[in-house]
Design a protein around this ligand. Structure first.
Ligand SMILES: NC(=O)c1ccc[n+]([C@@H]2O[C@H](COP(=O)([O-])OP(=O)(O)OC[C@H]3O[C@@H](n4cnc5c(N)ncnc54)[C@H](OP(=O)(O)O)[C@@H]3O)[C@@H](O)[C@H]2O)c1
Length: 334
């Protein structure tokens, strides 16, 4: 099977309807294995996955360096997405700052191009919004990168509907990338309706709830020391117990259909396209080849209206925020 394709935004790139999140191949979600990661990239492309998602902060640049040779070897087939805006400091691994000023953007794109070893990025996202910098200035600087031929299309991550409309007034936006899953539906308040209205595609990140929806772990303590998900309120303490029980209906539907819980979670995200009237290209993350056939098969799995109805109340019952610090999320500004 090869994935069907779709277009990201009005004049955006053609991509397989499911992409691949590369973040965990370098950092955040447990041990990494370079050889397996590289084999996973090749296997994904073979199945029709063409949208490959990275960011300058993943592994503090290492993730861009990791996927660079794969992108160069398959340049005509791969749609390369990366991001700027989150600043890290070598002397303080926990530090995160947000930078949207034009000088920072111009330096960030050159650094990403150098690490990736390519001369153009297909889709360049603003990873987080700094409300202290006028959006027109930031998107104006991003538009100049398109004119300079360094970037082909623009995207935004974790923006509100109003921010998306304002940005679109400066330059067309191909895609919004924000968290969207059976557990996390903040985006349906303003970003999704604005994207549908403007013809902007949605690229849901963490469509598997960072793995929690698959049943792979039930609490932060089950994760390796240093796994970033240990800091997530939804996976900690009493929240984890309550939220793990909410995964049970997903597992029940999966058992009834003879598919995996991961496939039900992904099918639900894919079916948002019809519910909300927009293009939806989720980017499940994996470090392993063995997940790919399973995850891509979910793109064409159809849940019935009864199954969708069973999953509908889950997000409203989830306890705990999706980040320890919600300041820089779209929900934090709505
Ligand atoms: N814009 C943003 O702010 C933002 C934030 C977070 C992530 N992202 C992007 O979105 C991508 C995806 O999000 P995510 O990685 O956070 O979360 P996710 O896709 O919801 O879940 C990834 C986790 O699920 C596991 N997994 C994948 N397929 C599975 C399967 N079939 N069965 C069981 N477990 C499975 C993976 O483990 P294995 O590796 O062991 O398979 C990994 O631990 C990232 O890679 C990144 O590119 C963007």
């Amino acid at each position: 099977m090869t994935l069907p394709t779709t277009v990201l935004g009005t004049n955006g790139p053609v991509v397989g309807i499911q992409g691949l999140g590369c973040m965990g191949m370098s950092e955040f979600y447990g041990p990494t294995d370079t050889a397996e990661a590289l084999a996973t990239l090749d296997a994904a492309l073979d199945l029709g996955v063409t949208l490959f998602d990275t960011a300058d902060i993943y592994g503090a640049g290492q993730n861009e360096e990791l996927i660079g040779p794969f992108v160069r070897a398959n340049r005509d087939k791969v749609v390369l997405a990366t991001k700027f805006a989150i600043e890290r400091r070598a002397d303080d691994p926990a530090y995160r700052g947000v930078r949207n000023d034009p000088a920072y953007i111009r330096a960030a794109v050159d650094a990403s191009l150098r690490r990736l070893g390519v001369d153009v990025i297909d889709l360049y996202y603003m990873h987080r919004r700094d409300p202290n910098v006028p959006l027109a200035e930031s998107v104006g600087a991003m538009a100049e990168l398109v004119q300079a031929g360094k970037v082909r299309h623009l995207g935004l991550s974790e923006v509100t509907g109003d921010e998306l409309r304002e940005a679109y007034g400066v330059h067309p936006i191909a895609a919004v990338q924000s968290e969207w899953s059976i557990f996390s539906r903040d985006v349906e308040r303003t970003a999704v309706p604005a994207a549908a209205e403007l013809g902007v595609a949605f690229v849901p990140y963490s469509p598997l709830g960072r793995g929690f929806l698959t049943g792979a772990f039930k609490a932060a303590e089950q994760l390796a020391e240093g796994d970033y998900r240990r800091s997530h309120p939804q996976f900690s303490g009493a929240n984890a117990d309550r939220n793990a029980a909410l995964v049970e209906p997903i597992q029940k539907i999966a058992a009834g259909r003879g598919v995996s819980a991961a496939q039900v979670a992904l099918a639900w995200v894919h079916q948002r396209a019809e519910v909300h009237g927009l293009t939806v290209v989720p980017i499940p993350g994996t470090r392993k080849r063995t997940r790919l056939a399973e995850n891509t098969a979910a793109a064409t799995l159809r849940l019935t209206s009864e199954e969708l109805a069973e999953l509908e109340p889950i997000a409203g019952r989830v306890t705990g925020d999706r980040y320890a610090d919600m300041t820089f999320t779209s929900a934090g500004r709505e």
